[in-house]
Design a binder for this molecule. Structure first.
Ligand code: UT7
Length: 381
């Protein structure tokens, strides 16, 4: 290994899901469906639903704090924050900026990434490429969703599938070999109409008409997505395995986007990968879109499913159409600086100072606006 070799490692991981559970039995009371249909066709038993006040940003922040704590990385050390989401807090400002402000990550750039269920892996690819070039050192990549806010609760074809939650990872440059070894990001926009949220953008701005036509909820052609998903998940997995110079036999764990058990089984079958080497938790969370892989990764690590040296492949597909794959050689590295009581105190102080600074900036902007108005100055002078 060259002395200056940089490897990009996942050094922290964390997840945050709402406490409220919606079971298949609950759904039986809402639409014409059954636990039996949902279980056999999808594998989902329950999903989490955000309460009022719980949003994409609050879930993202919860996951981010846990990932940072695990990594022993302070928000002040972050160079970049990416939030992948199909259900951002607003069209703008970016949810990533809300997270940056709440964390007090004063040195970080922050942006949202729109690649639907593939968004987290797109973010992981981009951040790891930026770290590998030396442009940045440390990044926080989050997948966070409140899909319950855009689901049509009268449409049994979609409402049984989705759930809310967030997952996050901290990536950093380290000299130890391993980490993110291969990435692929792909798209086929011709399939856009297969999975969409038609209104609320510049094509169909929100109006009484878009509301009357129920154009602010998920529309999906399930069967077509199913066929596409099986093909591209297997392709993406093969692609990253080959790029890393490995074979499928050397893959310890596949962490697929948790959309449908049958899709995952069919993809694993194509890859000739036994289901013991495939991670599944969709029975408990349903499809949480961009959050599904970081939530699954967090649970897989916490359950001891990944050992140092293991090769793990993550694959996702989603609206766009988009798909992506990432291959990581897992290494549980000690935090750069183990969190001593003094360091914890410093971090708490930094976080408090960041909150005070943020409030001060808001107040200063407000007061200056007021002064300008009182002076009769035009707003943009
Ligand atoms: O992150 C990406 C997001 N999207 C996906 O991952 C979706 C991928 N697609 C799928 O997971 C599956 O296509 C579904 C789970 C959506 C549907 O499963 P399927 O085996 O492809 O069912 P189907 O669409 O072929 O529908 C079979 C029947 C239909 O009835 P008819 O027309 O045959 O009489 C549906 O109306 O099942 C009916 N159906 C339901 N019945 C009970 C659809 N949803 C339900 C339901 N409960 N919730």
């Amino acid at each position: 290994m060259a002395a200056n070799q940089r490897y990009v490692h996942i050094v922290g991981w964390g997840m945050e899901v709402p406490e409220r559970r919606l079971t298949n039995a609950d759904l039986e009371r809402m639409v014409e469906t059954s636990d039996e249909w949902i279980t056999t066709r999808t594998g989902i038993k329950e999903r989490r639903i955000a309460r009022e006040g719980e949003t994409t940003a609050t879930l993202a922040l919860g996951a981010a704090r846990k990932a940072l704590q695990k990594a022993g990385v302070s928000p002040a050390d972050l160079d970049l924050i990416i939030v992948a989401s199909a259900t951002p807090e607003h069209a703008f400002p970016a949810t990533a900026c809300l997270v940056q402000d709440a964390l007090g990550a004063d040195r970080a750039g922050a942006f949202d990434l729109s690649a639907a269920c593939s968004g987290f892996l797109y973010g992981l690819c981009l951040a790891s490429q930026a770290i590998r070039t030396g442009a940045i050192e440390t990044a926080l990549v989050i997948g966070s969703e409140t899909l319950s806010r855009i689901v049509d609760w009268k449409d049994r074809n979609t409402c049984v599938l989705f759930g809310d939650g967030a997952g996050a990872v901290v990536l950093t440059a380290r000299p130890e070999p391993g980490g993110v070894l291969a990435c692929t990001m792909r798209a086929d926009g011709s399939g856009g109409p297969l999975l969409e949220l038609p209104a609320g953008g510049s094509r169909y701005p929100t109006s009484l008409e878009t509301l009357a036509h129920n154009m602010h909820t998920i529309k999906m052609k399930g069967r077509e997505i199913f066929r596409f998903a099986v093909r591209v998940m297997a392709d993406a997995a093969r692609h990253v395995v080959e790029e890393a110079g490995l074979t499928m036999d050397e893959v310890a764990l596949l962490i697929p986007h948790q959309a449908n058990r049958r899709i995952i089984e069919a993809a694993a079958n194509r890859l000739k990968l036994p289901m013991e080497r495939v991670y599944l938790n969709l029975d408990r969370y349903g499809n949480t879109s961009s959050a599904s892989i970081p939530i699954a990764l967090t649970e897989a690590v916490e359950e001891g499913r990944l050992r140092p040296g293991d090769h793990v492949v993550m694959v996702a597909f989603g609206a766009g159409l988009t798909w992506a794959g990432v291959l990581v050689q897992w290494a549980e590295l000690l935090p750069v600086a183990p969190p001593t009581p003094r360091r914890r105190l410093r971090e708490r102080t930094q976080s408090l100072v960041a909150r005070i600074r943020s409030s001060w900036r808001r107040t200063r902007r407000y007061v200056w606006g007021l002064v300008r108005r009182l002076r009769g100055e035009p707003p943009l002078s």
